[in-house]
Design a protein around this ligand. Structure first.
Ligand SMILES: Cc1ncc(COP(=O)(O)O)c(C=O)c1O
Length: 387
């Protein structure tokens, strides 16, 4: 372990770029810098080829076709295009969308904007594990429903949604199904065909790719059957997402996905073993620790726990030289807002400010896990003794 830097355990926020990804990207900043749309010469042609290779790599991990992949700047943009684009395109068919209360703000705030524009939105609740009930989704569908948007895996508590069941329901009722899979792709298997997913958002920087790149999967050859463009320009990506291609970013995303596809299974086993070890150690040695999220249907690299009686912000601050961790919820420097995800799963008031989210990653070592357990044990006891 490198003792000069804290152990990084905030991989849900972002991941470091894998050196293999960086290496793949480098030529596209310098020698192969061409515009992928200017293919009349070698520079553009090479950039174009690189973009198309990445498109295949992204499609492969989803079991999609390459021409169903649209490059964007990240999951936020993909979510916006999906929600705004589908609701606009299908406005004549209906004006109702269904989502859930624990979605990322990229979906929730877009949904709120849609409400202001006259659309109707149902925000479904989740159970104590953060799981949305497919029966609730089906019950919420009306003849005006055009879109269901449910995240694949939650960024705070790691709960994985029953995607296939939701996909079946959506198909049965002729409603489009979008999933924000920013935290899921590259970590758990996703098959858009088997799961009957119509639109899927993903992000490069959650899977050891660069920041500022992502993709939107849209089912079928003609995206404009499902979606209206929300920005306009040079007509790139079949007019769905205009703007000069971020070639190094796209190459990095493709490479990151290729690596994840190969290494995901072994990584998941490693993470599962370590998160189980950490939870057991905390439960045995820190007293009264509560797991947030589903005990089994959860992201393998996620562990979110409440340490009762501990102010998580104080703990994070005390540990800042040793471990980089987070509460997982947004807050400003002046006020600490309780996590809306923890509130949605019914966490009692006294636990709302005691949650810590651990996000393990590719370069986490077993030694680091022991170090974190050791540090937590000491600091939790220290903080409790101060009370
Ligand atoms: C579930 C989820 N959706 C969307 C985003 C936004 O992704 P990006 O940073 O690629 O815009 C994140 C990242 O925090 C996320 O966790």
């Amino acid at each position: 372990m490198n003792n000069t830097r804290p152990v990084y355990m905030d991989h849900h926020a972002t991941t470091p770029v894998d050196p293999r990804v960086l290496e793949a990207m480098l030529p596209y900043f310098k020698d192969d810098f061409g515009n992928a749309s200017s293919i009349d010469h070698m520079y553009g042609a090479r950039a174009y080829e690189a973009v198309e290779k990445a498109r295949k790599q992204v499609a492969s991990i989803l079991n999609a076709k390459p021409n169903e992949i649209y490059f964007t700047s990240g999951a936020t943009e993909s979510d916006n295009i999906a929600l705004l684009g589908v609701t606009d395109k299908l406005a004549a068919k209906g004006n109702h969308i269904i989502t859930c209360v624990t979605e990322h703000k990229a979906v929730l705030d877009t949904a709120k904007h849609l409400e202001k524009m006259g659309k109707s939105v149902t925000y479904l609740p989740v159970d104590q594990y953060g799981m949305v009930n497919p029966a609730d989704i089906e019950a919420a569908i009306t003849d005006r429903t055009i879109l269901i948007s449910i995240m694949a895996a939650n960024n705070e508590i790691g709960t994985i949604a029953p995607l296939q069941e939701i996909g079946e329901i959506a198909k049965k009722h002729g409603v489009r199904f979008h999933t924000d899979a920013a935290q899921a792709v590259g970590h758990i298997p996703i098959d858009v065909k088997a799961m009957k997913i119509d639109l899927l958002s993903l992000s490069g920087h959650k899977i050891y790719g660069p920041k500022g790149i992502g993709a939107l999967y849209i089912t079928g050859l003609n995206p404009k059957k499902n979606i209206s463009p929300v920005m306009f320009g040079g007509g790139h990506e079949k007019g769905i997402r205009s703007g000069t291609y971020n070639v190094p970013g796209i190459v990095g995303l493709g490479k990151a996905i290729e690596i994840a596809q190969k290494e995901m299974k072994a990584e998941a086993e490693r993470y599962k073993k370590w998160t189980t070890m950490m939870l057991e150690a905390f439960q045995n040695e820190c007293g009264g620790v509560i797991l947030n999220g589903h005990p089994e249907q959860r992201l393998p690299h996620n562990l979110n726990v409440c340490f009762p009686g501990i102010e998580s912000k104080a703990l994070i601050h005390l540990l800042r030289d040793d471990v980089a961790i987070s509460t997982g919820s947004a807050c400003s420097t002046t006020s600490v807002e309780a996590s809306y995800v923890l509130q949605a799963i019914g966490r009692e008031e006294e636990y709302l400010h005691s949650a810590i989210r651990f996000g393990l990653g590719r370069f986490t070592t077993e030694e680091a896990i022991y170090h974190v357990i050791y540090k937590f044990r000491g600091f939790v006891q220290r903080l409790r003794n101060l009370e």
